[in-house]
Design a protein around this ligand. Structure first.
Ligand code: AMP
Ligand code: GLY
Length: 422
């Protein structure tokens, strides 16, 4: 079997490493992949948003199965285009990927079908948005409607900040077209939980829960990033909460998408906040989370390709999705200065004995050397019986990896440890 993975980050590296456990796969291609992924797949320099290039490549190579993991190609209809050529895919079609592609869409969906989320208003007219801010409670949350590289959410602590955010999105077009429509929503508090779930549009099988660490600096300080580390499972996601999420959020979401004629097949990511009034949806993503995938997939006991094919073929109900009863911790090593400004091109040294624990995100191969090429450079994941052991082992690995200007948070998993489960 020839498998194609579209994307080139740590998430894709985790997907590819897991797929390699299946011996029926002869070849894995990655578009564009990266310098680290090149050890595990054949990488071709075709960008993840070059839909035509991806489709041509897939046809030419006789790809049997394509896995599309980043948000942009999914929202752009990469799966639709591949399916038109008769290529089976893992990932939602564009009409379903809109659940991430438009926050106005997902918020209206939740309102229409009674799925718990923060109260909100949607605006396409800046004056109306500014008028609304006069009366709404502070802090408030301003969100650009479309994809914005994870930067389109501003939590405004003052009215002035809220106004500035609206103006920067709607007038100054800080996020281009993505900010032409905005959502202003209620500020919620409580622990956050990420739940990735496989769904074939009929059955939902949630994966082990996880906790992201989005801020750049220790103690959840500094700017929002793509994620500086993850642990799984998330101690706040108790059995009781999981049951409520299934009944109040997961199944209603799948049913709502079916009712709208937008059946979702693939991995649906539920970004949840466990509030005083129960679990609420902060965001949906139409894909595996990054770096959540780097702790979730290593804990997957079942064969990933088998589960993915079951999603594609509508056979998820009768397919086992089992996870190891252990703990995982992933620490992201980034370039100093990320997410704002950082230097690239430094040589990365990873000892052979821990290579299988490393998921490479921002690195390129040049004359046989692996050089830093992005903000998030790599993630290191360890699994252990207890969370404490997993954290310790991950940081021991981090200490064995070196590149100039390396930066990482030193407190990944501490919040979860304090939640007192392990
Ligand atoms: P998002 O890109 O929608 O995941 O938002 C990024 C982060 O902003 C989330 O992980 C939350 O920490 C925070 N956030 C988003 N919406 C809200 C909200 N309504 N109330 C409080 N925090 C929020
Ligand atoms: N880690 C958050 C995301 O993948 O969107």
């Amino acid at each position: 079997m020839k498998v194609l993975v579209v994307g080139g980050g740590g998430r894709e590296h985790a997907v590819i490493k897991k797929l390699k456990e299946n011996k029926e796969i002869e070849t894995i291609y990655a578009l564009p992949g990266n310098g680290g992924i090149a050890s595990d797949a054949i990488c071709e320099n075709i960008g993840a948003t070059d839909i035509e290039g991806i489709v041509n490549f897939a046809v030419q190579k006789g790809i049997d199965y394509a896995i599309v993991t980043p948000d942009d190609p999914l929202v752009l209809g990469c799966v639709n285009a591949l399916e038109e050529k008769g290529i089976k895919c893992f990932g939602p079609r564009a009409e379903a990927a809109i659940i991430e592609g438009s926050k106005a869409f997902s918020k209206e969906l939740m309102k229409k079908y009674g799925i718990p989320t923060a109260a909100f208003e949607t605006f396409s007219d800046m004056e109306k948005a500014l008028d609304y801010l006069e009366t709404c409670p502070i802090p408030t949350v301003i969100k650009a409607d479309g994809l914005a590289l994870g930067k389109g959410v501003i939590i405004a602590e003052t009215k002035e900040d809220a106004k500035a955010a609206v103006i920067s999105m709607m007038q100054d077009k800080a996020f281009g077209k993505s900010g032409e429509t905005i959502v202003i929503e209620e500020f919620l508090t409580g622990p956050e939980v990420s739940v990735l779930a496989f769904t074939d549009g009929k059955t939902v099988k949630p994966m082990v829960s996880s906790m992201d660490h989005k801020r750049a600096l220790d103690g959840d300080k500094g700017l929002n990033t793509g994620g500086m580390g993850t642990v799984a499972p998330n101690p706040y996601y108790t059995e009781g909460i999981a049951k409520r999420c299934m009944n109040e959020i997961f199944l209603p979401t799948i049913n709502a998408m079916n009712s709208e004629g937008r059946t979702f097949k693939g991995c649906l990511y539920f970004g949840l906040m466990i509030t005083e009034n129960g679990p609420k949806v902060i965001e949906y993503n139409c894909r595996f989370g990054d770096p959540e995938t780097q702790v979730v997939l290593p804990l997957l006991e079942s064969d990933l390709l088998t589960v993915m094919l079951a999603v594609t073929n509508g056979a998820l109900e009768q397919t086992d999705v089992k996870f190891r009863d252990e703990n995982a911790c992933c620490v992201i090593m980034a370039s100093e200065g990320y997410p704002v400004k950082y230097e690239k091109g430094f040589e990365i040294s990873i000892p052979k004995e821990i290579e299988d624990k490393v998921y490479v995100a921002g690195a390129a191969l040049k004359e046989g050397k692996l050089l830093t090429s992005g903000g998030r450079v790599l993630g290191v994941t360890e699994i252990a019986q207890t969370l404490e052991q997993a954290i310790k082992a991950s940081y021991e690995d981090v200490n064995k990896i070196s590149f100039e200007n390396a930066y990482y948070r030193s407190d990944i998993g501490q919040k979860a440890l304090k939640a007192g489960v392990n």
